[in-house]
Write a protein that binds this ligand. Structure first.
Ligand SMILES: *[C@@H]1O[C@H](CO)[C@@H](O)[C@H](O)[C@H]1NC(C)=O
Ligand SMILES: *[C@@H]1O[C@H](CO)[C@@H](O)[C@H](O)[C@H]1NC(C)=O
Ligand SMILES: *[C@@H]1O[C@H](CO)[C@@H](O)[C@H](O)[C@H]1NC(C)=O
Ligand SMILES: *[C@@H]1O[C@H](CO)[C@@H](O)[C@H](O)[C@H]1NC(C)=O
Ligand SMILES: *[C@@H]1O[C@H](CO)[C@@H](O)[C@H](O)[C@H]1NC(C)=O
Ligand SMILES: *[C@@H]1O[C@H](CO)[C@@H](O)[C@H](O)[C@H]1NC(C)=O
Ligand SMILES: *[C@@H]1O[C@H](CO)[C@@H](O)[C@H](O)[C@H]1NC(C)=O
Ligand SMILES: *[C@@H]1O[C@H](CO)[C@@H](O)[C@H](O)[C@H]1NC(C)=O
Length: 781
C-alpha cells in the first residue's frame, strides 16, 4: 500500500514537473522552468513548432538563442549576449522563481538573458519568433526589441536600432557589417570597423525624412519590407512573391555575414519539406560591399562570385581567411628608396578603385605617375585616373576591380629578379628619357640631385633651380644637399637681420633673400645653443638635413662660425597655424581643420618612425607649425632640442607660449620619449578643434581656462557643442576628434597612443577607445 501510494506520488510529481517546465498549449512558460543542452528539454517551442528558444550548438559548446525549425538545418534568428564565449553542456537556462531569465554557467555564474528590473510572472515563445516575458498581461521584455542580424514579421527597426551581421553562418558573434536605422530616416549599411561616415556606406535605402525619428523599418505579414512613417506614405523596400501554395510561409530579413541585406521566405510545404528562397537582395554584386575585402586587398568578380587579392607588395594577414586583409611585406620604410641601388620597382594593376584620401594630387602624365610615386618617400601607391595622379600611403581600403573603371594603380614594391611586367618597362623607358632631358637642361649636377629634381620637378621647380645655382654645396649622405653659408652672406641676405618674422623659444627668425635664386628664405639665429663645437653641430644638422617630407619645413642651409649658429629654412608665406586658428576672421572650416590635423600627424609620424634617426620634436605648438602656399601644414624647428641645453629649453619653453603644450613629464624631469610629442600634438589637436589657445584667461568660468581639462568636462557631460562655434560640424566627426585629442593628452605617457594609431584614428580606420578621465586643471606655478 505504502509502495503503491509512494509510486503514485512519484508519478504525480513527475507529471507536475512536466506540466511546469513544458509550455502549456498557449505556449506559456512558468516560473521555475529550466533548460539544459543535454536533457530532452533543451528548448521551449512555440505552439506551432516553427520557432524555439533555448540552447543551440555553437563551436565546441552552446549558445542561447531563438531559431526557426528547418530542414536540414535550423536558422538562428536571435542570440543572447552573442559575443560571449559558448557555454559547456553543464550550463542551464532558468526562468527562476524570482522572475528572472538567466543563464547559469558551469562555473556557477548567473548571466542575465533578459536584463530588466521588473519581475516576470511568465514567459512565452510566440509563433512570430518573439520570445516574451510577461508581468501579468503586460510585456516587460521581448527579444524583438534586441535584434541581432535578423528581423521577422511584426518586428520593427526604429531610430538608433541596428542589425549587426554574424561572423559566419555557423558563428553568430558580431561580424563585419552593420545596418543602421539613422536619425535622418535613412537605412544605411557600413563595415563595422569604420567610422560610419558617408564614405564608408555601401548601401542605403535613400528614404530621407525631415521630421526626425519618424521612420522605422517595418515587416508586414505579406512579407513586405517597408519604411513606415507617421506622416508620409510608407515606402516599399522589398516584397516577397514566391507562391507557397497557400501553405505557411515564414519571412525573415537578415544582414548576412557577407554584408548584404536580404529578404528570405521559408515555405513550409509539409512536415518534412521546407524550401528557402531569396526574395530580394539589397546588392547583387558582392564586390559592392565596402570592406568585404579588408585593408590592402581588393575584390574582384561578379555577382556572388567574389574573391579577394592582395595588392602587389602585400601578403594576406591570414591566408585561410581571404577577406582578412593584407599587410605590407616590405618591412623597411620607403624613405630609403631614393638612394641609388635600392630603387624600388613599380607594379601596375589596372581597373582598380579604392576609397581613401590621397595625400597629394598631381596633374601628371600616366607615365610620370608611377615615377612620381617611386621617387616619393611617402608614396605606397599612385592611382592614375581622369588624367590626374593621386598618391596614397597604405593602408588603403575598399578596393575593387571594375572593368569599367579606366584607372591604373602603381604599387611600389621591392624589385624581384623575375622579368618586369610590360608597364614597368614603359616606366623605365620614360624615366630614361626624362633623365636625358634633365641632364641636358641642368648640365653637371650629380645623378642624385636629379632624383630629387625629378620627384619634385613640377612642385618645386624653382628649388631645383636653386640647387644648381648655389655654390659651396655640401653633400649629406650622398642624398640631399645643404648649403653652408658664411655669416656675412646671411647678414647681406637679411639686410642686417632687419625684418624679424617672429621670435620663438630658441631665437628670432628673419626674412632674407638668397642672391642668385632670388628665393625668399627664413633665417633663424639660434641664441641658446650648446657650445659643443662645430662637429657636433654639423652632425645634428646632417640629421635635420636628411629629413624630407611634405609636412616638414625644409632646411636649406646653415652657418656655423665661432659661436654663431644660424639655420636657413624655406620661407612659408602663409604664417603660422596659431595665426590661422586664433584670428577669428581666418578660421578654417571644419573639413580643413581635420585635414590640417592629419598633415601635422603625418609630419610627426615621419619624425618618429620613418626617417633614419628618430627625432623627438619636444616643442610642437601652433607657433611652430607653418602654412605653405596651398595651406598645407608643415612642422618646423624639429631636431633642435639636441642642440640646446636641456635646462635652457625647459626654462625657455616654460616662459614661452608653449607652456600649455608641455607633457607633464617635462616638469618631473623624467626621461623624454616620443610620447611627449604625442601630448603636445593632443593639445594642438584640441586647439584646432576649438580654434582657441590651450590656455586662455579671458573666459567666463575658471573651468574653461585649460583646454584639455575643459574638453574632457564637455566630453564627459555630453556637451561637445560648447567647444565649437561652427554651425556645420558633423557631430560624429567632432566626437572622434575630441576623443583622439583626449587620448593624446593623458597624464600617463603609456596611455597615449603612438602616432601611427593617431593617424589611423583620424582617418577613421581605427576604433577609438573611450578616453580615461583627465584631472581638473590646477594652477601650479
Ligand atoms: C566566432 O567568431 C569570433 C570572432 O571572429 C571568434 O572570436 C570566436 O571564437 C568564434 N566563435 C566560435 C565558436 O568559433
Ligand atoms: C547544415 O549544417 C551543416 C553543419 O553545420 C553544414 O555542413 C551544412 O552545409 C548545412 N546545410 C545547409 C543546407 O545549410
Ligand atoms: C559537468 O558536471 C558534472 C557533475 O557536476 C561533472 O562531473 C562534469 O565533469 C562536468 N562536465 C564538464 C564538461 O565540466
Ligand atoms: C543591465 O542594464 C543596465 C541599464 O540598461 C546596465 O547598466 C547593466 O550593465 C546591464 N546589465 C547587464 C548584466 O547587462
Ligand atoms: C511595429 O510598429 C507597428 C506600427 O508601425 C506597431 O503596431 C507594432 O506594435 C510594432 N512592433 C513592435 C514589436 O514593436
Ligand atoms: C489559395 O487560396 C485561395 C483562396 O483561399 C484560392 O483562391 C487559391 O486557389 C488557392 N491557391 C492554391 C494554389 O491552392
Ligand atoms: C512534402 O513535399 C515534398 C515536395 O513538395 C514532397 O516531395 C514530399 O513527398 C512531401 N512529403 C509528405 C510527407 O507529404
Ligand atoms: C560595365 O558596363 C556595362 C555596360 O554599361 C555593364 O553592363 C556592366 O555590368 C558593367 N560592369 C561592371 C563590373 O560594373
Amino acid at each position: 500500500m505504502a509502495v503503491v501510494s509512494g509510486l503514485l506520488l512519484l508519478m504525480l510529481s513527475i507529471l507536475f514537473v512536466e506540466a511546469r517546465t513544458q509550455p502549456n498549449q498557449f505556449g506559456e512558460i512558468h516560473l521555475g522552468s529550466q533548460l539544459s543542452p543535454i536533457s530532452n528539454l533543451h528548448s521551449w517551442q512555440s505552439p506551432s513548432g516553427n520557432f524555439a528558444f533555448g540552447f543551440y550548438s555553437q563551436g565546441n559548446g552552446f549558445a542561447v538563442g531563438i531559431w526557426m525549425m528547418g530542414q536540414p538545418n535550423n536558422t538562428v534568428v536571435w542570440t543572447a549576449n552573442r559575443d560571449d564565449e559558448p557555454v559547456s553542456f553543464n550550463a542551464t537556462i532558468h526562468l527562476s522563481e524570482e522572475g528572472k531569465l538567466l543563464l547559469r554557467t558551469e562555473q556557477g555564474n548567473e548571466n542575465l538573458i533578459a536584463n530588466v528590473s521588473e519581475v516576470a510572472a511568465s514567459a512565452s515563445m510566440l509563433d512570430s519568433g518573439n520570445f516574451v516575458l510577461y508581468s501579468g498581461s503586460s510585456v516587460i521584455w521581448q527579444s524583438f526589441d534586441y535584434p541581432t542580424d535578423t528581423i521577422l514579421v511584426g518586428q520593427n527597426l526604429t531610430y538608433s536600432d541596428k542589425l549587426v551581421s554574424s561572423v559566419s553562418s555557423s558563428n553568430h558573434s558580431s561580424g563585419r557589417f552593420f545596418l543602421a536605422m539613422q536619425a535622418d530616416g535613412n537605412l544605411v549599411a557600413y563595415p563595422t570597423n569604420s567610422a560610419g561616415l558617408s564614405v564608408d556606406a555601401y548601401w542605403a535605402s535613400n528614404t530621407y525624412q525631415d521630421s526626425k525619428k519618424g521612420l522605422s523599418l517595418y515587416f508586414n505579414h505579406q512579407g513586405f519590407l517597408f519604411m513606415d512613417t507617421v506622416s508620409k506614405k510608407p515606402v516599399l523596400l522589398a516584397r516577397s512573391s514566391y507562391p507557397c501554395n497557400n501553405k505557411t510561409t515564414i519571412f525573415r530579413a537578415t544582414l548576412d555575414a557577407d554584408g548584404i541585406f536580404r529578404l528570405y521566405s521559408h515555405c513550409l510545404e509539409n512536415k518534412t519539406s521546407r524550401s528557402v528562397h531569396i526574395e530580394w537582395s539589397a546588392l547583387n554584386n558582392q564586390c559592392d560591399v565596402q570592406g568585404f575585402c579588408d585593408f590592402n586587398s581588393y575584390c574582384s568578380g561578379m555577382g556572388t562570385n567574389a574573391d579577394c587579392s592582395c595588392y602587389p607588395g602585400f601578403a594576406f594577414n591570414d591566408p585561410s581567411e581571404k577577406f582578412s586583409g593584407c599587410y605590407k611585406n616590405v618591412p623597411e620604410s620607403f624613405c630609403t628608396g631614393t638612394k641609388e641601388g635600392q630603387m624600388y620597382d613599380v607594379i601596375t594593376v589596372e581597373n582598380i578603385l579604392f576609397e581613401r584620401y590621397p595625400y597629394s594630387v598631381l596633374d601628371e602624365k600616366k607615365e610620370n605617375c608611377g615615377l612620381s610615386c617611386l621617387e616619393d618617400c611617402l608614396c605606397d601607391v599612385a592611382l592614375y585616373k581622369n588624367e590626374r595622379c593621386e598618391k596614397y600611403t597604405a593602408p588603403i581600403r575598399y578596393g575593387k576591380k571594375d572593368i569599367n573603371e579606366s584607372s591604373i594603380a602603381f604599387f611600389k614594391v621591392k624589385p624581384t629578379p623575375a622579368a618586369p611586367p610590360m608597364s614597368l618597362t614603359i616606366i623605365i623607358e620614360s624615366k630614361k628619357s626624362l633623365l636625358l632631358f634633365l641632364a641636358i637642361a641642368f648640365g653637371s649636377v650629380t645623378f642624385l640631385c636629379f632624383v630629387i629634381a625629378i620627384s619634385t620637378f613640377c612642385v618645386y621647380r624653382d628649388r631645383a633651380y636653386l640647387y644648381e645655382k648655389l655654390s659651396g654645396i655640401i653633400s649629406l649622405a650622398g642624398e640631399f644637399t645643404l648649403r653652408s653659408f658664411s655669416y656675412s652672406e646671411l647678414e647681406k641676405a637679411t639686410s642686417g637681420f632687419r625684418e624679424e618674422l617672429g621670435r620663438g623659444s630658441i631665437g628670432a627668425v628673419y626674412r632674407g633673400t638668397i642672391p642668385g635664386g632670388d628665393r625668399t628664405v627664413a633665417v633663424k639665429k639660434l641664441e641658446k645653443v650648446l657650445d659643443e663645437g662645430e662637429k657636433r653641430f654639423r652632425a645634428e644638422i646632417t640629421v635635420i638635413g636628411q629629413t624630407y617630407h611634405r609636412n616638414l619645413v625644409r632646411l636649406l642651409g646653415f652657418c656655423v662660425e665661432g659661436s654663431r649658429r644660424v639655420l636657413v629654412y624655406e620661407y612659408l608665406r602663409n604664417g603660422t597655424l596659431a595665426d590661422l586658428l586664433f584670428q577669428s576672421e581666418r578660421r578654417p572650416i571644419w573639413k580643413e581643420r581635420v585635414r590640417i590635423a592629419l598633415d601635422i600627424a603625418r609630419g610627426i609620424l615621419y619624425l618618429h618612425e620613418e626617417c633614419q634617426a628618430c627625432i623627438i620634436h619636444c616643442n610642437i605648438t601652433p607657433q611652430n607649425i607653418l602654412m605653405d602656399d596651398s595651406w598645407i601644414a608643415k612642422i618646423s624647428d624639429f631636431g633642435l632640442s639636441k642642440l640646446l641645453y636641456p635646462d635652457e629649453i625647459r626654462s625657455s619653453m616654460a616662459l614661452s607660449q608653449s607652456r600649455g603644450h608641455m607633457a607633464p613629464e617635462w616638469q618631473n624631469n623624467a626621461l623624454m620619449s616620443v610620447k611627449a610629442d604625442i601630448y603636445s600634438f593632443g593639445v594642438v589637436l584640441l586647439e584646432i578643434i576649438c580654434c582657441r589657445s590651450s590656455i586662455k584667461v579671458d573666459v567666463s568660468t575658471p573651468d574653461e581656462m585649460n583646454l584639455p581639462s575643459w574638453a574632457y568636462q564637455c566630453f564627459a557631460a555630453g556637451q561637445l557643442d560648447k567647444l565649437v562655434k561652427d554651425e556645420d560640424i558633423e557631430f560624429e566627426s567632432l566626437e572622434r576628434m575630441v576623443k583622439i585629442g583626449l587620448l593624446c593628452v593623458q597624464h600617463d605617457p603609456a596611455l597615449r597612443p603612438c602616432i601611427k594609431n593617431v593617424i589611423l584614428m583620424l582617418e577613421g580606420s581605427d576604433d577609438i577607445p573611450a578616453p580615461p578621465a583627465i584631472a581638473p586643471f590646477r594652477i601650479t606655478a
